[in-house]
Design a protein around this ligand. Structure first.
Ligand SMILES: [Fe+2]
Length: 289
């Protein structure tokens, strides 16, 4: 089993680096840490970077995970290779760009690009936001799944994730005590479905709601509260249609509760996404009910 420590970064292609840069800083509130040829690097916490916009296909998304144990990359490569996955090891340029000591890339069964990394660099200084959005860190991604039960089995059976809850066939997966770091949403495309940053409190969520509306940013869901994780949330649309989320108050499943915890099945109805009654304008969150 491959042991993931945490999600580390997302890399997103865009045809409009200038517009994406403005959005990342002026709307989301991320700190820009580096501008390289054709790529801008941003951070939202202690990590060297947590989000990258690069010049490229807007459908080109990668999510990076740090392995729990240094030296485990070789075993991970063997396990994935045995299961028929084509692997790419990072060359010197790729390692330098990602500020990691080792890198293995593969594409999952739904076509999502995944990086596994070792010894990613710490930022070495405090996160200094571009605006006071209250961000406390980059936390989770929604991933597209073209076959949710198959992908759930892969994430749990190969990558060591555990199901915290399900909404219909959409599994909310944890790799540490946080209720979910990855969520698999049934759809017909591949890529990152949404990117989450945690904020300090409900005041930050509501402040963002007013501020984003004033800036003309499209709000696509919320403010609301997820009955699954308990988090208060706001979803909004960023460059190239990417959905961003601020949330706060996500539930944890303590290590001592791991053995007895059982995932709950929520029906595929709007109230399973928001207990306050907000309706999502996000294709993968829409339900027939
Ligand atoms: Fe989320």
């Amino acid at each position: 089993m491959i042991d993931l420590l945490d999600i580390r970064y997302v890399r997103l292609g865009t045809r409009d680096l200038v517009g994406a840069d403005r959005f990342a800083r002026e709307v989301i509130g991320l700190e820009r840490v580096r501008v390289e040829a054709g790529a801008h690097y941003y951070r939202s916490d202690d990590r060297d970077h947590t989000l990258v916009y690069f010049e490229g296909d807007p459908r080109d998304h990668t999510v990076g995970f740090e392995l729990r144990h240094p030296g485990a990359l070789q075993a991970a490569a063997a396990e994935l290779s045995n299961r028929g996955f084509a692997l790419r090891t990072g060359n010197a340029d790729a390692l330098e760009q990602r500020r990691v000591a080792a890198l293995l890339s593969f594409t999952d069964l739904s076509g999502n690009r995944i990086d596994l990394v070792e010894r990613p660099q710490h930022g070495g200084r405090r996160y200094f936001p571009s605006r006071d959005a209250g961000i406390t860190g980059f936390s989770h991604v929604g991933l597209c799944s073209t076959n949710a039960p198959r992908d759930e089995a892969f994430w749990c059976g190969v990558l060591g994730a555990r199901v915290s809850d399900r909404i219909g066939d959409a599994a909310l997966l944890r790799i540490d005590p946080v209720h979910h770091k990855v969520a698999l949403f049934p759809t017909t495309r591949s890529g990152i479905q949404h990117v989450n940053h945690q904020v300090a409190g409900i005041d930050d969520v509501m402040r963002a709601w007013y501020l984003l509306r004033d800036k003309g940013v499209k709000i696509v869901f919320g403010p609301g509260r997820h009955p699954t994780s308990g988090a208060v949330f706001l979803y909004f649309e960023g460059p190239d249609g990417m959905v961003y989320e601020y949330s706060t108050g996500v539930r944890s499943i303590a290590p001592e509760d791991e053995a007895s915890y059982r995932p709950r099945q929520f029906p595929a109805v709007p109230s399973s996404f928001c207990m306050w009654g907000s309706k999502p304008d996000i294709p993968e969150f829409r339900t027939d009910a």
